[in-house]
Design a protein around this ligand. Structure first.
Ligand code: NAD
Length: 387
């Protein structure tokens, strides 16, 4: 029997949980014993009783004995360390145990080094390869989808006008114009949501493959400026050079002048987000317009954006949203928990958990194995990202 622990999340504002009653049943069917910290699922709509009925045991939060007996800990965000004043038992995990979650590996070097020194194995779910075999486990997609959807709702709620076109007795109201920067998973969901609300949408991305996806959703694609585009690697955009970004910003200024709402989602894994809207460019937006910056935790696409705050510059409201999936905790947790269950099920065997670091699926995301760091190359850019 593998002892699995699901902690209550400790990061401020984190309302998700890493298991649902449905996935507890799946883990129990794999002959594991599941322990859930008391109240861990409450904000996501999962009561302790629902977990008990699914076969889990409820344990007190931060109980040292539960943490030291756990062989597998599944979490959303990294559990708090004692040094952070957390009540989590990270320091008590037994050597050889496995921690799986969204560990923010590019920015969490000290945590990973600490886990290594304790002989743990660590899976950062963000680093799963984006291949079709992995789709059911793809936490970045399941969570970014929610972020893109919620970003549009936030913009619509803040905007000083309607999204849809309305024909009323008092006259016709024109639809809102929405500009989406970055057409990955979050961006495409933002396009789809804004379209459903009746807005007219334009999109900029540097990957040529995005054009067809954007157009199939009924939005207009802004072709990258004629300077050599950065291209892509492994489905992700490469980092754009200074000259390209300058040309892109000039091009976007024209489109900003027409936009009522802007949703920015442009990112490059492990690198600072490209600055696509400078303070000078904000002047092109009309007062009353709204920017929602989903890239704020990696530096932001929009000048002035701040994590989890709304700031106003020249009458433009800029919403920095670092964790929108947590604001839809039931569905975010249900989907995240399913991603984890799909990832974990093949690891269970009659002899307990079997980690094969050579497995092409596990290789990129198993960032440490029994205390040995496997992905040191993740960190050269760290100082730049956090600067
Ligand atoms: P991401 O969060 O890393 O980046 C978001 C978007 O920003 C990307 O589309 C990127 O091209 C864009 N971007 C980067 N620099 C930009 C710039 N200067 N200007 C405008 N846009 C810029 O990306 P993501 O949402 O995680 O998706 C990355 C890719 O992975 C996409 O191609 C997606 O279709 C693909 N994907 C594949 C699978 C799969 O095959 N299983 C699953 C999910 C996503």
């Amino acid at each position: 029997m593998v002892r699995v622990l699901v902690p209550a999340e400790s990061r401020e504002g984190e309302r998700r949980v890493a298991a649902s009653p449905e996935t507890v049943r799946r883990l129990v069917a794999k002959k594991s014993e599941v322990f859930i910290e008391s109240g861990a699922g409450l904000e996501a709509g999962f009561s302790d009783q629902a977990f008990i009925e699914a076969g889990a045991s409820i344990v007190a939060r931060g109980c040292p004995d539960t943490w030291s007996a756990a062989e597998l800990v599944i979490c959303v965000q990294p559990p708090a360390q004692d040094s952070e004043g957390g009540s989590g038992g990270l320091e008590r995990l037994a050597s050889g145990s496995l921690l799986v979650g969204l560990l923010d590996p590019y920015l969490n070097r000290s945590l990973i080094e600490r886990l290594n020194s304790r002989g743990l194995s660590t899976v950062a779910m963000e680093l799963l390869p984006r291949i079709s075999r992995v789709q059911s486990m793809d936490v970045l997609s399941s969570q970014a989808n929610i972020a893109g959807y919620k970003a549009v709702l936030l913009a619509a709620a803040e905007l000083d006008r309607f999204f849809p076109m309305l024909m009323t007795a008092a006259g016709t109201v024109q639809p809102a114009k929405v500009l989406v920067l970055g057409a990955g998973v979050a961006g495409l969901q933002a396009v789809a949501t804004a379209r459903r609300l009746g807005a007219v949408v334009k999109v900029s991305d540097v990957r040529p493959a995005a054009k067809e996806q954007v157009e199939s959703l009924g939005a207009r694609f802004i072709d990258p400026p004629s300077r050599e585009a950065p291209g892509e690697a492994g489905g992700y955009a490469r980092e754009a050079g200074a000259a390209f970004l300058e040309a892109q910003r000039q091009q976007l200024t024209v489109h900003l002048a027409e936009a009522d709402a802007v949703i920015t989602t442009a990112q490059v894994p492990g690198r600072p987000a490209p600055l696509l809207i400078t303070e000078e460019m904000l002047k092109a937006l009309r007062p009353g317009s709204v920017v929602v910056d989903l890239a704020v935790s990696t530096g932001g696409n929009c000048a002035g954006s701040q994590p989890d705050r709304t700031v106003e510059i020249g009458g433009v409201r800029i919403i920095g949203s670092s964790n929108l999936p947590a604001s839809v905790p039931h569905h975010a947790s249900s989907l995240y928990a399913r991603n984890l269950a799909a990832f974990l099920e093949p690891l269970f065997s009659d002899d307990g958990l079997q980690l094969n670091p050579e497995d092409p699926l596990l290789d990129p995301c198993l960032i440490s194995h029994q205390g040995a760091c496997r992905r040191p190359e993740l960190w050269p850019s760290l100082e730049e990202v956090t600067a």
